[in-house]
Design a protein around this ligand. Structure first.
Ligand code: NAP
Length: 263
Protein backbone atom coordinates (compact mmCIF):
# COMPACT_ATOMS: atom_id res chain seq x y z
CA UNK A 1 0.00 0.00 0.00
CA UNK A 2 1.08 3.57 -0.68
CA UNK A 3 0.03 6.97 0.61
CA UNK A 4 -3.48 7.68 -0.72
CA UNK A 5 -3.52 9.85 -3.86
CA UNK A 6 -6.63 11.90 -4.66
CA UNK A 7 -7.52 12.91 -8.22
CA UNK A 8 -6.22 16.23 -9.48
CA UNK A 9 -9.06 18.71 -8.97
CA UNK A 10 -9.79 22.43 -8.86
CA UNK A 11 -7.74 23.77 -5.96
CA UNK A 12 -10.71 25.18 -4.05
CA UNK A 13 -12.46 21.80 -4.38
CA UNK A 14 -9.32 20.16 -2.99
CA UNK A 15 -9.72 22.31 0.16
CA UNK A 16 -13.38 21.33 0.54
CA UNK A 17 -14.34 19.01 3.40
CA UNK A 18 -17.89 18.43 2.16
CA UNK A 19 -18.95 14.89 3.03
CA UNK A 20 -16.17 14.43 5.61
CA UNK A 21 -16.67 13.75 9.31
CA UNK A 22 -14.31 15.40 11.82
CA UNK A 23 -13.85 15.04 15.59
CA UNK A 24 -11.91 17.59 17.64
CA UNK A 25 -10.78 17.16 21.26
CA UNK A 26 -10.90 20.40 23.22
CA UNK A 27 -13.24 21.43 20.42
CA UNK A 28 -15.56 23.77 22.31
CA UNK A 29 -13.23 26.61 23.28
CA UNK A 30 -9.94 28.32 22.43
CA UNK A 31 -8.03 27.01 19.44
CA UNK A 32 -10.20 23.88 19.24
CA UNK A 33 -13.37 25.94 18.88
CA UNK A 34 -11.93 27.77 15.87
CA UNK A 35 -10.80 24.43 14.41
CA UNK A 36 -14.34 23.07 14.85
CA UNK A 37 -15.73 26.18 13.15
CA UNK A 38 -13.15 26.11 10.34
CA UNK A 39 -13.73 22.45 9.48
CA UNK A 40 -17.51 23.04 9.50
CA UNK A 41 -17.13 26.17 7.33
CA UNK A 42 -15.20 23.96 4.85
CA UNK A 43 -18.22 21.60 4.77
CA UNK A 44 -17.42 18.86 7.31
CA UNK A 45 -19.85 17.37 9.79
CA UNK A 46 -18.27 17.91 13.18
CA UNK A 47 -18.14 16.16 16.56
CA UNK A 48 -17.00 18.59 19.25
CA UNK A 49 -15.34 16.66 22.09
CA UNK A 50 -15.22 18.50 25.42
CA UNK A 51 -14.26 17.57 28.96
CA UNK A 52 -15.44 20.15 31.50
CA UNK A 53 -16.94 22.93 29.32
CA UNK A 54 -20.55 23.74 30.19
CA UNK A 55 -21.61 25.20 26.85
CA UNK A 56 -20.43 22.52 24.40
CA UNK A 57 -24.00 21.58 23.38
CA UNK A 58 -24.78 25.24 22.62
CA UNK A 59 -21.49 25.61 20.71
CA UNK A 60 -22.34 22.54 18.60
CA UNK A 61 -25.84 23.88 17.87
CA UNK A 62 -24.38 27.24 16.82
CA UNK A 63 -21.83 25.59 14.48
CA UNK A 64 -24.52 23.37 12.95
CA UNK A 65 -26.92 26.22 12.21
CA UNK A 66 -24.23 28.66 11.01
CA UNK A 67 -22.84 26.19 8.48
CA UNK A 68 -25.71 23.87 7.55
CA UNK A 69 -23.77 20.83 8.73
CA UNK A 70 -24.35 18.17 11.37
CA UNK A 71 -22.57 19.05 14.62
CA UNK A 72 -22.87 17.31 18.00
CA UNK A 73 -21.05 17.56 21.33
CA UNK A 74 -19.54 14.53 23.07
CA UNK A 75 -17.90 14.38 26.51
CA UNK A 76 -14.60 12.55 27.09
CA UNK A 77 -11.58 12.87 29.35
CA UNK A 78 -8.51 12.32 27.13
CA UNK A 79 -6.46 10.90 30.02
CA UNK A 80 -8.87 7.95 30.05
CA UNK A 81 -7.98 5.60 27.18
CA UNK A 82 -11.26 3.69 27.36
CA UNK A 83 -13.35 6.88 27.47
CA UNK A 84 -11.74 8.52 24.42
CA UNK A 85 -11.85 5.27 22.45
CA UNK A 86 -15.53 4.73 23.31
CA UNK A 87 -16.43 8.27 22.27
CA UNK A 88 -14.58 8.09 18.93
CA UNK A 89 -16.24 4.72 18.19
CA UNK A 90 -19.61 6.28 19.07
CA UNK A 91 -18.96 9.24 16.75
CA UNK A 92 -17.99 6.90 13.88
CA UNK A 93 -21.23 4.97 14.51
CA UNK A 94 -23.45 8.07 14.80
CA UNK A 95 -21.99 9.79 11.72
CA UNK A 96 -21.44 6.58 9.70
CA UNK A 97 -17.64 7.01 9.43
CA UNK A 98 -14.77 9.18 10.66
CA UNK A 99 -12.37 11.03 8.33
CA UNK A 100 -10.48 13.54 10.49
CA UNK A 101 -9.44 13.53 14.15
CA UNK A 102 -7.83 16.61 15.68
CA UNK A 103 -6.06 15.78 18.96
CA UNK A 104 -6.01 19.30 20.35
CA UNK A 105 -6.81 19.03 24.09
CA UNK A 106 -3.99 20.31 26.26
CA UNK A 107 -3.02 22.06 29.47
CA UNK A 108 -0.08 24.27 30.43
CA UNK A 109 1.63 25.12 33.69
CA UNK A 110 4.81 26.74 34.86
CA UNK A 111 7.07 25.17 37.47
CA UNK A 112 10.74 25.57 38.18
CA UNK A 113 12.27 22.25 37.14
CA UNK A 114 13.89 21.72 40.52
CA UNK A 115 10.49 22.01 42.26
CA UNK A 116 8.26 19.86 40.01
CA UNK A 117 6.45 17.11 41.91
CA UNK A 118 5.64 13.67 40.58
CA UNK A 119 1.95 14.59 40.34
CA UNK A 120 2.63 17.86 38.49
CA UNK A 121 4.89 16.13 35.94
CA UNK A 122 2.43 13.30 35.41
CA UNK A 123 -0.67 15.49 35.07
CA UNK A 124 0.72 17.43 32.09
CA UNK A 125 2.11 14.33 30.44
CA UNK A 126 -1.17 12.45 30.97
CA UNK A 127 -3.18 15.13 29.15
CA UNK A 128 -0.76 16.46 26.54
CA UNK A 129 1.14 13.34 25.50
CA UNK A 130 -0.70 10.26 26.79
CA UNK A 131 -4.11 11.82 26.02
CA UNK A 132 -3.06 12.74 22.49
CA UNK A 133 -1.73 9.23 22.00
CA UNK A 134 -4.92 7.54 23.26
CA UNK A 135 -6.90 9.80 20.92
CA UNK A 136 -4.67 8.96 17.95
CA UNK A 137 -4.60 5.26 18.78
CA UNK A 138 -8.39 5.06 18.90
CA UNK A 139 -8.57 7.03 15.63
CA UNK A 140 -5.89 4.82 14.06
CA UNK A 141 -7.84 1.67 14.90
CA UNK A 142 -10.94 3.07 13.17
CA UNK A 143 -8.90 4.38 10.22
CA UNK A 144 -7.17 1.02 9.75
CA UNK A 145 -10.56 -0.72 9.55
CA UNK A 146 -11.90 1.93 7.15
CA UNK A 147 -8.71 2.15 5.06
CA UNK A 148 -8.57 5.98 5.28
CA UNK A 149 -8.25 8.79 7.81
CA UNK A 150 -6.37 11.89 8.87
CA UNK A 151 -4.92 12.87 12.27
CA UNK A 152 -3.81 16.38 13.23
CA UNK A 153 -2.13 17.09 16.57
CA UNK A 154 -1.98 20.53 18.16
CA UNK A 155 1.62 20.60 19.34
CA UNK A 156 3.32 23.95 20.05
CA UNK A 157 6.23 26.13 19.09
CA UNK A 158 7.43 25.11 22.58
CA UNK A 159 8.26 21.73 21.00
CA UNK A 160 11.16 23.37 19.16
CA UNK A 161 12.29 26.24 21.42
CA UNK A 162 12.57 27.16 25.09
CA UNK A 163 10.13 29.94 26.06
CA UNK A 164 11.23 32.57 28.55
CA UNK A 165 10.74 34.03 31.11
CA UNK A 166 8.27 31.28 32.09
CA UNK A 167 9.69 27.95 33.14
CA UNK A 168 7.82 25.12 31.47
CA UNK A 169 10.13 22.17 30.95
CA UNK A 170 7.28 19.65 31.40
CA UNK A 171 4.97 21.37 28.91
CA UNK A 172 7.76 21.78 26.35
CA UNK A 173 8.79 18.13 26.73
CA UNK A 174 5.19 16.96 26.29
CA UNK A 175 4.84 18.95 23.06
CA UNK A 176 8.22 17.88 21.76
CA UNK A 177 7.16 14.28 22.36
CA UNK A 178 4.01 14.96 20.38
CA UNK A 179 5.94 16.13 17.32
CA UNK A 180 8.01 12.92 17.41
CA UNK A 181 4.86 10.85 17.96
CA UNK A 182 3.32 12.37 14.81
CA UNK A 183 6.43 11.50 12.80
CA UNK A 184 6.38 7.89 14.07
CA UNK A 185 2.68 7.39 13.38
CA UNK A 186 2.94 8.97 9.92
CA UNK A 187 5.44 6.28 8.92
CA UNK A 188 3.78 3.38 10.74
CA UNK A 189 0.29 4.18 9.41
CA UNK A 190 1.23 5.56 5.96
CA UNK A 191 -1.01 3.10 4.12
CA UNK A 192 -4.22 4.18 5.84
CA UNK A 193 -3.88 7.71 7.23
CA UNK A 194 -1.88 10.92 7.26
CA UNK A 195 -0.57 12.37 10.53
CA UNK A 196 0.63 15.97 10.96
CA UNK A 197 1.12 18.60 13.66
CA UNK A 198 0.23 22.25 13.92
CA UNK A 199 2.60 24.11 16.23
CA UNK A 200 1.13 27.47 17.23
CA UNK A 201 3.11 30.31 18.79
CA UNK A 202 1.38 32.68 21.24
CA UNK A 203 -2.39 32.41 20.70
CA UNK A 204 -4.87 34.61 22.58
CA UNK A 205 -6.88 31.97 24.51
CA UNK A 206 -7.67 31.25 28.18
CA UNK A 207 -4.36 29.37 28.33
CA UNK A 208 -2.43 32.63 27.94
CA UNK A 209 -4.77 34.93 29.85
CA UNK A 210 -3.42 33.71 33.20
CA UNK A 211 0.05 35.12 32.57
CA UNK A 212 1.26 38.36 34.17
CA UNK A 213 1.49 41.50 32.04
CA UNK A 214 5.24 41.60 32.70
CA UNK A 215 5.66 38.28 30.82
CA UNK A 216 3.47 39.48 27.95
CA UNK A 217 5.56 42.62 27.56
CA UNK A 218 8.69 40.46 27.31
CA UNK A 219 7.06 38.19 24.70
CA UNK A 220 6.13 41.07 22.43
CA UNK A 221 9.79 42.01 22.24
CA UNK A 222 10.56 38.47 21.08
CA UNK A 223 7.81 38.04 18.44
CA UNK A 224 8.66 39.68 15.10
CA UNK A 225 4.88 39.82 14.40
CA UNK A 226 4.62 42.15 17.46
CA UNK A 227 1.21 40.80 18.43
CA UNK A 228 -0.57 37.69 19.65
CA UNK A 229 -2.39 35.46 17.18
CA UNK A 230 -6.19 35.28 17.33
CA UNK A 231 -7.30 31.62 17.35
CA UNK A 232 -9.33 32.07 14.15
CA UNK A 233 -6.09 32.80 12.31
CA UNK A 234 -5.16 29.11 12.69
CA UNK A 235 -8.29 27.52 11.24
CA UNK A 236 -7.12 27.68 7.61
CA UNK A 237 -4.05 25.61 8.46
CA UNK A 238 -6.19 22.86 9.99
CA UNK A 239 -8.50 22.86 6.95
CA UNK A 240 -5.43 22.58 4.71
CA UNK A 241 -4.05 19.60 6.66
CA UNK A 242 -7.49 17.96 6.89
CA UNK A 243 -8.13 18.27 3.15
CA UNK A 244 -6.89 16.78 -0.12
CA UNK A 245 -4.99 20.07 -0.67
CA UNK A 246 -2.20 18.60 1.51
CA UNK A 247 -2.40 15.02 0.16
CA UNK A 248 1.39 14.47 0.03
CA UNK A 249 1.98 16.01 3.46
CA UNK A 250 2.46 13.57 6.31
CA UNK A 251 4.78 13.61 9.32
CA UNK A 252 5.08 17.39 9.07
CA UNK A 253 5.06 20.02 11.80
CA UNK A 254 3.47 23.24 10.61
CA UNK A 255 4.85 26.08 12.77
CA UNK A 256 2.55 29.14 12.90
CA UNK A 257 4.20 31.63 15.22
CA UNK A 258 4.54 35.12 13.65
CA UNK A 259 8.25 34.24 13.15
CA UNK A 260 8.76 33.86 16.94
CA UNK A 261 11.01 30.83 16.47
CA UNK A 262 13.28 32.49 13.89
CA UNK A 263 15.47 35.23 15.45
P1 NAP B 1 -7.65 26.45 26.29
O1 NAP B 1 -8.45 27.58 25.79
O2 NAP B 1 -7.22 26.39 27.71
O3 NAP B 1 -8.41 25.09 25.89
C1 NAP B 1 -7.94 23.84 26.30
C2 NAP B 1 -8.86 22.80 25.74
O4 NAP B 1 -8.38 21.50 26.10
C3 NAP B 1 -10.28 22.92 26.28
O5 NAP B 1 -11.19 22.77 25.22
C4 NAP B 1 -10.40 21.76 27.27
O6 NAP B 1 -11.69 21.18 27.30
C5 NAP B 1 -9.43 20.74 26.66
N1 NAP B 1 -8.91 19.85 27.70
C6 NAP B 1 -8.01 20.18 28.69
N2 NAP B 1 -7.78 19.11 29.47
C7 NAP B 1 -8.54 18.09 28.96
C8 NAP B 1 -8.72 16.75 29.32
N3 NAP B 1 -8.08 16.21 30.38
N4 NAP B 1 -9.57 15.96 28.58
C9 NAP B 1 -10.22 16.50 27.51
N5 NAP B 1 -10.08 17.78 27.12
C10 NAP B 1 -9.25 18.57 27.83
O7 NAP B 1 -6.28 26.34 25.50
P2 NAP B 1 -5.91 26.53 23.97
O8 NAP B 1 -4.95 27.62 23.91
O9 NAP B 1 -7.10 26.54 23.09
O10 NAP B 1 -5.10 25.16 23.75
C11 NAP B 1 -5.46 24.17 22.81
C12 NAP B 1 -4.20 23.40 22.43
O11 NAP B 1 -3.28 24.31 21.83
C13 NAP B 1 -3.45 22.80 23.64
O12 NAP B 1 -2.96 21.53 23.29
C14 NAP B 1 -2.30 23.78 23.85
O13 NAP B 1 -1.20 23.18 24.47
C15 NAP B 1 -2.01 24.19 22.42
N6 NAP B 1 -1.28 25.44 22.26
C16 NAP B 1 -1.78 26.61 22.76
C17 NAP B 1 -1.06 27.77 22.57
C18 NAP B 1 -1.53 29.13 23.06
O14 NAP B 1 -0.74 30.07 23.04
N7 NAP B 1 -2.76 29.28 23.51
C19 NAP B 1 0.16 27.75 21.88
C20 NAP B 1 0.62 26.54 21.39
C21 NAP B 1 -0.11 25.40 21.60
P3 NAP B 1 -12.79 21.60 28.42
O15 NAP B 1 -12.86 23.10 28.42
O16 NAP B 1 -14.06 20.96 27.94
O17 NAP B 1 -12.33 21.01 29.73
Amino acid sequence: MVLAKPDNQNVLQAFSLKGKVAAITGGSRGIGLEVSRGLAEAGADVAVIYNSSKDAEAVAAEIASANGVKCRAYQAEVKDQEAIEAVLNQIAKDFGKLDIVVANAGIASHYAAEDITVDQWREIMKVNLDGAFWTAQAAGRIFKRQGFGNIIFTASVSAILVNTPQRQSVYNSSKSGLVMLAKCLSVEWVDFCRVNCVSPGFIATDMLSVHPQEWRDKWFGMIPAQRLCDPYELKGAYVFLASDASSYMTGANLVIDGAYSLP
